[in-house]
Design a protein around this ligand. Structure first.
Ligand code: 9D3
Length: 237
């Protein structure tokens, strides 16, 4: 899978993709991440990519011209298989289902918003989708792009050893049932600073272990993620 990333901070991406699963996927040629500097498509003396918002107000807005030119030069032929995604705070919420869907694509171009936002003509006439990674304010789309790429890349066949996507379905949710958090985990030492790992996990009774894991997943989901158990008002923090 190929990811293009359009950004005014190309250096930002040296870190997030240089380690772990995403690094290995690139080394194995299962994943190719191409970073593009938006300023390469700004042709005035100062390589201007932003301007003041019409109607007044705080901050600056990314101009449409460099963004359209960049996408049209990265993809001179726009096919339905080449989807453009705008990362913005106003986008549709990115979820695991969204990662699954994107992992079926062969080539994506992610546009990272910055400043107060991006000229709306990009969302209306260039991007196929507008995505946000959560209900909090970031200072730009770069961290969001790294999140989307990480969550999507680890689903690609071969990346985690999930060779067939069918076999991987059962991998996605733990065996504890859909919509629950994963169960808590412990490792050695069996006792650390007086805190003991649950005895049941040490006794080798796999039926009991399965029941304990399911119950602890249900308990923790209810305590930390009531929203996954039942809808309704509940403060996040
Ligand atoms: C509430 C007025 N503005 C904040 C002072 C709106 C705003 C503009 C620009 C909020 C965020 C941003 C920059 N954020 C992104 O580009 C962004 C983002 C995010 O802020 N949250 C979650 N996902 C994303 S994806 C891109």
């Amino acid at each position: 899978m190929i990811f293009h990333v359009l950004t005014i901070f190309p250096e930002f991406f040296a870190g997030p993709f240089a380690h772990g699963v995403v690094k290995r996927a690139q080394d194995a040629h299962l994943l190719d991440i191409r970073i593009h500097n938006l300023r390469d498509w700004a042709f005035d003396r100062h390589k201007t990519v932003d301007d003041r918002p019409f109607g007044g107000g705080e901050g600056m807005v990314l101009k449409p011209e460099p963004i359209f030119l960049a996408v049209e030069s990265i993809w001179p032929q726009r096919t339905p298989a080449r989807k453009v995604i705008l990362l913005s705070a106003q986008g549709r919420l990115f979820t695991q289902a969204g990662a699954n869907r994107l992992s079926q694509e062969s080539e994506l171009l992610l546009i990272c918003g910055r400043y107060e936002g991006v000229d709306e003509r990009v969302a209306e006439h260039l991007a196929d989708e507008e995505i946000s990674i959560g209900n909090y304010v970031l200072s730009g789309g770069e961290l969001a792009a790294a999140v989307v790429i990480d969550a999507t890349a680890r689903l690609l066949p071969g990346v985690l050893g999930n060779e067939t996507s069918a076999a991987f379905e059962s991998f996605q949710e733990t065996g504890h049932g859909r919509g629950l958090l994963d169960c808590p985990h412990w490792t050695r030492p069996a006792e650390f600073r007086g805190w003991k790992a649950p005895e049941v996990l040490l006794n080798g009774n796999h039926e009991e272990i399965r029941r304990f894991r399911r119950e602890s997943a249900v308990e923790k989901t209810g305590r930390l993620r009531r929203d996954l158990v039942k809808p309704g008002p509940q403060g996040g923090e």
